[in-house]
Design a protein around this ligand. Sequence first.
Ligand code: CP3
Length: 344
Amino acid sequence: MSTTLQNDLLIRAALSQQTERPPVWMMRQAGRFMPQYWEIKNKYSFLEMCKTPEIAADVTMLPVDLLGIDAAILFSDILVTAEAMGGDLSFEQGIGPRFSNPVRSVADAESLSTDCLDKLQYVADAIKVIQQRLNGTIPLIGFAGAPFTILSYLVEGGSSKDFKLTKLLLNNEPQLAHAILQKIADVTVDYLNMQIVAGVNAVQLFDSWALALSWNDYQEFSHRYNKYILSRIHRTVPVISFCKGSSVFAPIMAEANPDVISVDWNADLKNIKNMLPEGIAVQGNLDPFVLYAEKEVIKRKILQLFERMRGENGFIFNLGHGIMPDIPFDNVKYAIDVVKEFRY
Ligand code: CP3
């Protein structure tokens, strides 16, 4: 594990070691709430930004330079693995991700490639550029989407409110669902290992839509593949497991043996921490909507969480999910400053 970082708060917290304050980073910290993001976004498409290492590095560095967070996260998207496997991906303004060739039949599933790491080489290249820019100051977090969440985009052909087609597949054609999930899991293992070899200091697995699943289906269609991935990637860097639904699923998530579980905002974080086996850290779990509020409210709610977590090793401060695009930049900066002034 890397010990040469100037600021290794995130790594120490992820390994359940003592820190003088909680480290802070935020999901979607490099994004549309930042005016500087739009200066770049207005010149390129989202996928061009992801696929051009210098641009991906520029965007990754925005929150490092403007917010002073304790960890950078690679600028990319969870859906790039699905694209490399054969999904025809586009991002349309106001609509979000779209696959023009959704995966719904055995033939569609068979057409997905698992030998596609070369198509993701731009991510390894971006990681190398970012690490040069970071120059040992703070850790860089790599990431991938979890198989169930990726499957939902491939089946629905984009974002979905109710995951109706995905659930139809799980219920009516579980074998076909498993065949697709296994392919995604195999690509994800290769992809995360590529990121680790390229030099990320931690990785996060995003299972954003696991909350759509029942307790049994979560184990069969989500957890099983996350566990497969975590048991096959190089465990030389801390692994963070995120899902919306972690307030409920945390005890199952722990069975995959992540270093950190990232918790949505429904649960009391200390209760989750106490429920988990010794040595699993927690990340979270401020409701991102708090960042729309008055500054004194933001401060009060952060300090309330910190009081609750006082005395716990293994706590990374984050939101329960990503920053929304219309949250005022000033409020995000203020929240980060509140964290950085705090001492246990
Ligand atoms: O966190 C970061 O700053 C790193 C970059 C990052 C992005 N997406 C950039 C992005 C990360 C880690 C992701 C992960 C991601 N992408 C997830 C999992 C995390 C989560 O939020 O649950 C998911 C589900 C996706 C899929 C995705 N990508 C969606 C649904 C959208 C549209 C979002 C919307 O609100 O319209 C994207 C696009 C996307 N990914 C943008 C960014 C900055 C916006 C692109 C733009 O500028 O138009």
